[in-house]
Design a protein around this ligand. Sequence first.
Ligand SMILES: N[C@@H]1[C@@H](O)[C@H](O)[C@@H](COP(=O)(O)O)O[C@@H]1O
Length: 252
Amino acid sequence: MLQLIVCDHYEELSRQAARIVAKQVTNKPTSVIGFATGSTPVGLYQELTKMYQKGEVNFKQIRTFNLDEYVGLDKEHPQSYYRFMWENLFGKVGIEKSQIHFPSGIFQDPVQACNEYESQLKKEGPIDLQILGIGANGHIGFNEPAESFILNTHIIQLADKTIEANARFFRDKSEVPRQAITMGVGNIMNAKKIILLASDKSKAKAVQSVFSSIVDPRVPATILQLHADVSILVTNEVADLLKDLNLEQIVG
Ligand SMILES: N[C@@H]1[C@@H](O)[C@H](O)[C@@H](COP(=O)(O)O)O[C@@H]1O
């Protein structure tokens, strides 16, 4: 079931998302939380940090999984998602290395790297609460538009649009890795609860697609319609653009 939550602005969206995460962790201190990167959840991570500092939530017993990592960037690379999570959340709220799981962007054998993450997910999962952003092309994690869905952790060729969108974090577009390792849509759909955050106008079409009643791997987020518990938090400016768009307007 999909629930749309419209928030006045980005700060409110971040606060609402933080309340959902904090409630999950308070109700079940040993929760497995799936974290996302990108600019959208930064406000959520700031809110969680504030709540932690005020003693309103603690993360001592949680275990974490992250959606994805760039292939070829080691953990300490300034643009690695691993480093992003330490700088934006883990390092600020007392989460320790022993609590976290991350797909590795550096490996000799891609199959083995994916299998290792799969076994960790199987052993520690299911994820209780998965946080998602969304790409303007409808990608979730790094599940890019394709002819079919890939369910498990895999290596993906990044779409040109994604490379362009993420170039803003690098000195130059040529520095953006061309591949990523990502959880598959099956891993994401296995989460008990999902919250998807979209605050930028550029995401409106992708968000609309989630309500399209068509499931299409060319817009990966459409799979979320089959999940039992998804809350989609959008800002007013995204909500204003949610009109009767059809899927063909979103693909490509
Ligand atoms: N792999 C990540 C996604 O997990 C994220 O949701 C998306 C949107 O990012 P942003 O929030 O910066 O727009 O793109 C990135 O490439």
